[in-house]
Design a protein around this ligand. Sequence first.
Ligand code: ACO
Ligand code: OAA
Length: 371
Amino acid sequence: MTVTRGLEGVVATTSSISSIIDDTLTYVGYDIDDLAENASFEEVIYLLWHRKLPTAAELDELKKQLAESAALPKEVLEHFKMYPIDKVHPMAAVRSAVSLLGLYDDEADVMEKEANYRKAIRLQAKMPAIVTAFARVRKGLEPIAPREDLNFAANFLYMLTGDEPDEVAVEAMNKALVLHADHELNASTFTARVCVATLSDVYSGVTAAIGALKGPLHGGANEAVMKMLTEIGTLENVEPAIRGKLANKEKIMGFGHRVYRQGDPRAKHLRDMSKKLTELTGEPHWYEMSTRIEEIVTGEKNLPPNVDFYSASVYHSLGIDHDLFTPIFAVSRVSGWLAHILEQYDNNRLIRPRADYTGPGKQEYVSIEMR
Ligand SMILES: CC(=O)SCCNC(=O)CCNC(=O)[C@H](O)C(C)(C)COP(=O)(O)OP(=O)(O)OC[C@H]1O[C@@H](n2cnc3c(N)ncnc32)[C@H](O)[C@@H]1OP(=O)(O)O
Ligand SMILES: O=C([O-])CC(=O)C(=O)O
């Protein structure tokens, strides 16, 4: 048996959702640069689920469906109040809440295609409410109901703070959501596909995916980047801190990628946003520190930043708590997970690779008294 550690380079499925070819990322053939500059997140959701950009009428219909489904069942809201709130990481809360949502969806185990699509809408619609309601309940605040007149990005920020966000914040949030929506067979998407390939339900697939996204080698890296920036603290400290980490063979969070070699095409959009927003908030040092870290890490290790690196200073500048950065990733990526789950159901085969056994050879059972 040949073992490919971490399944590097293994092609495990066909997919018509997104592609990474020669360091270029496309969603259904549309370049991510084009989408980041022009598309709304709602359009991207439609694109990923239908493999075409929506007409105005189709987009209106999707927005209406999302708005109608955005509120959480009261049982889920009540449940937040029972969590050991001061100890729970929001990603664990989101993972549990999505699992719980499945209990209150009458169609949770209905496997017809139309029912699965309806569940996709309900789950996508409810993700912002899950993250923002948890974020508020843990501070002793009441959750805020979504507003029908705001778009997806604006509603997220509104439900988090209770204030209508300004145009710059909405534009940044929308762009971040577009950039994070899908990424071929990344670890969390693969997890979702493995789960539903057993013909398990949509809620199980998304719950499993959230668990995979949580780890710091994947989506959890954006929070870890902000932790690193906060610990380093000043531009002067960057050089010794980063060189020290590299000398100790520590990984620098937000750098490196399994697939990209020359660089992650999403990072430049987040870098530009980071510059703009940190200037606006009067905290340019977060951007300056980040670019200095980039110079050192790319210079020393030839490792470019990934999507998680500059998203940290972007979200910080939007006033978002650092442990909500990865849940925001999930609010966006659930669109991609759901696209992949629906695609998996359409052409399903159980996913079951092999392991090359390295344990002891044949042994005889020894009774407990004789051990
Ligand atoms: C949305 C996302 O999931 S993007 C990724 C987010 N994760 C991070 O930012 C965490 C930091 N980065 C990493 O840990 C890795 O680069 C990963 C997990 C993204 C990719 O991992 P792999 O493809 O398995 O690469 P692997 O970890 O084997 O690294 C290859 C080499 O580059 C080094 N390297 C990779 N990333 C980094 C890093 N961030 N800092 C320092 N060195 C690194 C490794 O130490 C290794 O060096 P070696 O060959 O001398 O041992
Ligand atoms: O593709 C990956 O391995 C990780 C990644 O960048 C993402 O999920 O956006």
